[in-house]
Design a protein around this ligand. Structure first.
Ligand code: CMX
Length: 474
């Protein structure tokens, strides 16, 4: 690894090239720019960190007292909705247009990030590079990162044994998180901290842990899948494959279209700014200087909740229950009745609504486009399309739902199901592997920027009542 970095540094030169880059305002422009051809992500980051540290220092000294909005009692009681309270560099979520990764929308990422084949889906390694550096990588840089991740991918045997200690009936997310906790034994951050590393260097072992973690997750996740649903035999990584394709391969799926789906899946599930439960949890836990493994395992436990990442499991199970009860050729009227039945039994319609988005999730749209291209006649896809017509008016009629439109989880299951990954209980694990890319990228920047311990103030109902009465009297 060190040798690889040394060699790539030696061979690095500067050349002029035209690349599409997001600017600071989040829009995209074409630039003629000087860019390093260094293929090593670590040295690229090392170059970038000092200027971003200066930038943050200046924001604090120039604008430290600028107000970003008023905190209301509603916000405190209502899950902090709309409260600006976190710094998250890798992505930004607009309620109307959806996620932008370092300024690039999903369609823009599909256009500019390197793919495995012409007009193919983006390689997740390219997105990792973009999230970490803010720059669109070249194909060579992405290939180098693919190789680096493969070089880091070996999983210690005790991680599999830790999973084996659980009953096979344990939920796949429980088994997956157990595997992640076992990987923590090899944390470079923890070792460096124990040895007294200076805080200015925290980002370096965080980077090592993060890349090791991202590299090793597919093998752990695939083990969980094969242990629960297949013969339990490990399928070794294929050195000729990229990250997404290798993950699909280790799960046991080698259809090239499934490889493409996995590349798209991992890319779009990677990051969704900082306030969602999994990202926020990872960031919060890491703010105590817990290493990336501890922080990411905590994040996974949040992802495993049905209002967050588990919704993808819930959607497919719900769709299958619709088919079981009414058949595949269900009419829109029957579907409406089924949706009302779900709501009247005190449940949410999984895959619809969002804490921030107020339009159809672009992650839903790009999966719909994938389906229109590759599986337009699939009955479950057609059912998902019908739900797009039927559910939003009903949720709107309820009068309380702020966003009646489908989110990412409304679509992912039917695509996976089509290519043979039919076990819905496993789906959140795929989300988890993907989320490591966003969460770990930000954790590296958390440590590089020296972000402090997170510690918001909490209050009691009595405090709120007294405060509000005093405010009203004044
Ligand atoms: N079905 C039924 N009711 C819904 C609903 C849905 N899909 N979405 C929102 N509501 C309800 C809420 O439960 C809430 O009801 P109460 O006031 O009775 O508690 C009311 O509408 C207002 O909620 P909101 O402000 O519109 O939404 P929130 O920010 O509170 O919650 C979310 C967002 C995603 C939890 C919610 O829309 C939901 O439960 N959706 C279904 C689960 C889902 O798909 N989650 C995945 C989200 C994406 C992800 O993180 O992976």
């Amino acid at each position: 690894m060190v040798l690889f970095r040394g060699l790539s540094r030696l061979s690095s030169t500067l050349r002029s090239r035209t690349v599409q880059q997001p600017n600071n305002l989040g829009s995209v422009r074409w630039l003629q720019m000087q860019t390093s051809t260094d293929l090593d992500l670590h040295s690229q980051l090392k170059e970038l960190i000092p200027e971003q540290q200066e930038r943050l220092k200046k924001i604090r000294s120039d604008y430290g007292k600028v107000q970003l909005g008023n905190i209301t009692t509603d916000m405190v009681i209502g899950g902090m909705r709309g409260m600006v309270g976190l710094l998250w560099e890798t992505s930004l979520l607009d309620p109307e247009e959806g996620i932008r990764f370092r300024g690039l929308s999903i369609p823009e990422c599909q256009k500019v990030l390197p793919a495995a084949q012409p007009d193919g889906e983006p390689l997740p390694e390219g997105l990792l590079w973009l999230l970490l550096t803010g720059k669109v990588p070249s194909k060579e840089q992405v290939n180098a990162l693919s190789k680096e991740l493969r070089d880091r991918a070996a999983v210690p045997d005790y991680a599999f044994k830790a999973i084996d200690a659980l009953p096979v009936s344990a939920h796949p997310m429980t088994q997956f998180t157990t595997g992640v906790m076992a990987l923590q034994v090899q944390s470079e951050f923890q070792k460096a901290y124990d040895q007294g590393i200076h805080k200015s260097k925290y980002w370096e072992p965080t980077f090592e842990d993060s890349l090791n973690l991202i590299a090793r997750l597919p093998a752990v996740a695939a083990y969980v899948y094969r242990r629960i649903f297949k013969d339990g035999k490990i399928i070794p990584m294929d050195d000729s494959l990229d990250y997404g394709a290798n993950f699909s391969h280790m799960l046991g799926f080698d259809d090239p279209k499934m490889h493409e789906l996995m590349r798209l899946y991992v890319t779009i599930h990677s990051d969704h700014e900082g306030g969602n439960v999994s990202a926020h949890t990872g960031h919060l836990v890491a703010s105590a200087l817990s290493d990336p493994y501890l922080s990411f395992a905590a994040a996974l436990n949040g992802l495993a909740g049905p209002l967050h990442g588990l919704a993808n499991q819930e959607v497919l199970l719900w769709i299958k229950s619709v088919v079981e009860e009414c058949g595949e050729n269900i009419s829109k009227d029957q579907l409406k009745d089924y949706v009302w039945k779900t709501l009247n039994s005190g449940k949410v319609v999984p895959g619809f609504g969002h804490g921030v988005l107020r339009k159809t999730d672009p992650r839903y749209m790009c999966q719909r486009e994938f389906a229109l291209k590759h599986l337009p006649k699939d009955p479950l896809f057609q059912l998902v399309s019908k739900l797009y017509d039927v559910v939003p008016p009903i949720l709107t009629e309820l009068g309380k739902v702020k966003n009646p439109w489908p989110n990412v989880d409304a679509h992912s299951g039917v695509l996976l199901n089509y290519y043979g990954l039919t076990e819905a209980r496993y789906y959140t694990v795929l989300f988890g592997v993907s989320r490591s890319i966003g969460i770990c990228s930000q954790l590296i920047w958390d440590r590089a920027l020296g972000l402090p311990l997170e510690r918001p103030k909490s209050v009691t109902m009595e405090w709120l009542e007294n405060h509000c009465k005093k405010a009203a009297a004044a």
